[in-house]
Design a binder for this molecule. Structure first.
Ligand SMILES: [Zn+2]
Ligand SMILES: [Zn+2]
Ligand SMILES: [Zn+2]
Length: 88
Protein backbone atom coordinates (compact mmCIF):
# COMPACT_ATOMS: atom_id res chain seq x y z
CA UNK A 1 0.00 0.00 0.00
CA UNK A 2 1.43 3.36 -0.97
CA UNK A 3 1.06 6.00 1.68
CA UNK A 4 2.29 9.54 1.34
CA UNK A 5 4.23 10.44 4.44
CA UNK A 6 4.76 13.96 5.67
CA UNK A 7 7.44 15.21 7.99
CA UNK A 8 6.02 17.36 10.78
CA UNK A 9 9.42 18.49 12.07
CA UNK A 10 10.46 21.00 9.44
CA UNK A 11 9.24 23.87 11.62
CA UNK A 12 12.22 23.15 13.92
CA UNK A 13 14.67 24.02 11.15
CA UNK A 14 16.55 27.22 11.82
CA UNK A 15 17.74 28.84 8.61
CA UNK A 16 20.43 30.83 10.43
CA UNK A 17 22.28 27.95 12.14
CA UNK A 18 26.05 28.21 12.08
CA UNK A 19 28.08 24.98 11.71
CA UNK A 20 29.78 24.14 14.99
CA UNK A 21 32.95 22.93 13.26
CA UNK A 22 34.38 22.14 9.85
CA UNK A 23 34.57 18.46 10.77
CA UNK A 24 32.75 16.11 13.13
CA UNK A 25 33.30 17.98 16.38
CA UNK A 26 33.14 14.81 18.51
CA UNK A 27 35.61 12.92 16.30
CA UNK A 28 37.94 15.91 16.24
CA UNK A 29 37.93 15.85 20.03
CA UNK A 30 38.84 12.16 20.23
CA UNK A 31 41.06 11.99 17.13
CA UNK A 32 38.72 9.63 15.28
CA UNK A 33 37.93 9.69 11.58
CA UNK A 34 34.65 9.86 9.70
CA UNK A 35 33.21 9.13 6.26
CA UNK A 36 30.66 11.88 5.65
CA UNK A 37 29.40 14.87 7.65
CA UNK A 38 25.90 15.93 8.64
CA UNK A 39 24.90 19.27 10.13
CA UNK A 40 22.05 19.55 12.64
CA UNK A 41 19.60 22.15 11.37
CA UNK A 42 18.35 22.96 14.87
CA UNK A 43 21.64 23.84 16.60
CA UNK A 44 24.41 23.57 13.99
CA UNK A 45 26.11 20.52 15.52
CA UNK A 46 28.32 18.86 12.91
CA UNK A 47 28.48 15.08 13.25
CA UNK A 48 29.48 12.08 11.22
CA UNK A 49 27.11 9.87 9.21
CA UNK A 50 25.94 6.31 9.84
CA UNK A 51 28.69 4.96 7.57
CA UNK A 52 31.25 6.36 10.02
CA UNK A 53 32.48 4.30 12.99
CA UNK A 54 31.03 6.60 15.64
CA UNK A 55 27.78 7.78 13.98
CA UNK A 56 27.83 11.05 15.89
CA UNK A 57 24.98 12.61 13.89
CA UNK A 58 22.64 9.80 15.01
CA UNK A 59 24.03 10.02 18.53
CA UNK A 60 23.32 13.75 18.54
CA UNK A 61 19.71 13.06 17.52
CA UNK A 62 19.27 10.49 20.31
CA UNK A 63 20.85 12.80 22.87
CA UNK A 64 19.03 16.01 21.91
CA UNK A 65 15.99 14.89 19.85
CA UNK A 66 16.98 17.42 17.20
CA UNK A 67 15.25 15.67 14.29
CA UNK A 68 16.66 17.13 11.09
CA UNK A 69 20.14 17.21 9.61
CA UNK A 70 21.44 18.27 6.24
CA UNK A 71 24.40 16.97 4.33
CA UNK A 72 27.55 18.94 5.13
CA UNK A 73 29.31 17.55 2.06
CA UNK A 74 30.27 19.99 -0.72
CA UNK A 75 27.83 19.78 -3.62
CA UNK A 76 25.21 17.81 -1.68
CA UNK A 77 21.94 19.53 -0.86
CA UNK A 78 19.48 17.34 1.00
CA UNK A 79 17.87 17.14 4.43
CA UNK A 80 17.06 14.06 6.46
CA UNK A 81 14.54 13.64 9.27
CA UNK A 82 15.70 11.02 11.79
CA UNK A 83 12.20 10.65 13.26
CA UNK A 84 10.42 9.96 9.97
CA UNK A 85 13.50 8.42 8.35
CA UNK A 86 12.86 10.31 5.16
CA UNK A 87 14.25 13.12 3.05
CA UNK A 88 12.49 16.39 3.73
ZN1 LIG B 1 10.08 14.55 10.59
ZN1 LIG C 1 32.00 11.70 14.62
ZN1 LIG D 1 21.30 19.74 17.23
Amino acid sequence: MFQRQQCSHTDQIREDVVPSAQGCEDCLRTGDTWVHLRECLVCGHVGCCDSSPNRHASQHFHATEHPIVKSFEPGEDWRWCFVDEMLV
